[in-house]
Design a protein around this ligand. Sequence first.
Ligand SMILES: [Zn+2]
Length: 114
Amino acid sequence: MKSEQANTNRLTVKSVLDKRLPNGLQLLDAEVWLNSLSEVGYAELRTVTTQQENDAPKIVCAECEWPVYSPDIGGKCRFFQHRKGFPKTCCYSGEGKDPGAIKSAVFSIGTGSA
Ligand SMILES: [Zn+2]
């Protein structure tokens, strides 16, 4: 069952490091963390990830340590994606698609064009 969703899941960064925390406490499960946040807490986190530049990242991918962000797509769907320029070798890279391509790829799933 899980293998069917593998392609889509790869677009989402599942584990992140919160560089604001002490060493040893930084590794967080993205889904658990995001879903534990209140609306206010989530908005604050989105602000942090939106503002961070590549030279001073605070929330990064646990695999490649590239900065991540959480796109606001509405509803309760919360997830992290790499910011632009991420390493294509990362296992969460989604085969190097940019956010625009990811979006169209997601929407094309239901059309049977893939
Ligand atoms: Zn990564």
